[in-house]
Design a protein around this ligand. Sequence first.
Ligand SMILES: Nc1nc2c(ncn2[C@@H]2O[C@H](COP(=O)(O)OP(=O)(O)OP(=O)(O)O)[C@@H](O)[C@H]2O)c(=O)[nH]1
Ligand SMILES: [Mg+2]
Length: 507
Amino acid sequence: MGLGGGHKLMGWGRVFLGGGVVALPYAFMGCCVPPPPLTRCTLCSVAPGDTIFAVSSGHGRCGVAVIRTSGPGSGGALLSLTGSTELPPPRLMTLRRIRDPHTAELLDRGLVVWFPGPQSFTGEDCAELHVHGGPAVLSGVLRALGRLSGLRPAEPGEFTRRAFHRGKLDLTAAEGLRDLIHAETEAQRQQALRQMEGELGRLYQRWGETLTQALAHIEAYIDFSEDDNVEEEVLSQVDEAVRALEQEIAAHLQDGRRGELLRSGVHAVIAGPPNVGKSSLLNMLCQRPAAIVSPIAGTTRDVVEVSLNVSGYPVVLSDTAGLRDATDPIEQEGVSRARDRLQHADLVLAVLDATTVPTDPAELGAALGSLVPPSTPCILVLNKADLLGGHKGALCDACTHGPPLPPTTLLSCKTGEGTDSLLQLLGQQLAQLCGDPLAGSPTLTQSRHSTQLHGCMAALVLYRQQQDVGMAAEQLRLARRHLGRITGHVGAEDILDVIFRDFCIGK
Ligand SMILES: Nc1nc2c(ncn2[C@@H]2O[C@H](COP(=O)(O)OP(=O)(O)OP(=O)(O)O)[C@@H](O)[C@H]2O)c(=O)[nH]1
Ligand SMILES: [Mg+2]
């Protein structure tokens, strides 16, 4: 048929970006002395090129701080600051006196490490100076480095960005590294580490390779089918591979946002009528008086938010205004904010007063239904259990006999009774929402990934609808491009700044 003129496979070329480098104010580096203009230094043997340096161990007074360099001038800088003529053996910590090469003044005595590229974090020549973490030591060493020709302070995320450009890690691994630095709970750490180790990147790369192979077969069909070298069944094999891939991506997308929830925290909202003890519950869970508690109904107006670590899962917990038909305009605004929070909640802690809650199962269900948006996971908390006296039995009957209720617990914020049971229910719900970060295939962690995966799916659907083989191949290219943008293998220039700006300086 000769359909295929010009339908060649597009390459998977890595995108290398140049330039755009802006040096940060020196004060940003924790150093009070501005760097002198970069002139060629007669006292050192720094090679020409762009070499960056930064404190990588965070800021503030500490026992040991790590200053890192990356770039062709790293070896020369190490020689200059240690006054040596020979670099230490690669990847071995060596004790050295560290001096300012301009004044020969002793700045500190510390451990230095030499990482010749490409066997380094960035793939470039790197050096590390492990010095005492006092501000004067750090500013002295940074000033000495800043005086060396060809060295400049690093931008946020620039070390990782260089590692990405040198193919040391893909974008998903870089995002995993960023999440690992920000991880506050155990489950977050496990998920981030898994992603940093490349599991998610490998999954997307495998899908990309499936598409490359499918495309190669279609190209071969387009180019050679006239010569009868390529049979029609090649196309049905491609169809089959694409359908299987579609199913795999759809399953990956339908993970209930588990990875994203774990990464950014589960938004749990405490809601209920006024005066039932919602603010008391928030204070009990965060163990501090974050919200005002009073016997006056309608105390809470604004949304009060706290971050918690519950059983290793991150939770952003919000206390809200009591839901009622308020007449006071400020309270009305509070109720409207509460309803808005409820609409966006990942989990609702619906609080009712155990002493006034209806014991008729249907009424209890209706009371709950008016609080919680349909299909939002929920825990029913019957508070003020200390005031129940002998009425617990009727309440338990209502919970066990009527229409099925969400997980329910009796609680007393006053005495602490029922706290363990509430925490257990909460842990179970969080485990269900976030999943086990170590089990199964790696989960989707960023909305950036799901956007591209939806784009990829849309292209695969269009592929199936095409009658023309050439047009179908074009859709496969588009689908592959979406996957390549996730890992950064193709067309990711516009998102690099967004990804790397969230890194700290020195990473
Ligand atoms: N006996 C008893 N009193 C409680 C308990 N929990 C809260 N209270 C009291 O109930 C009153 C209301 O508590 P809050 O925590 O302010 O209730 P709220 O639901 O936040 O109220 P609004 O913000 O007005 O909607 C306060 O006087 C609390 O001390 C409990 O478990 N037992
Ligand atoms: Mg309150």
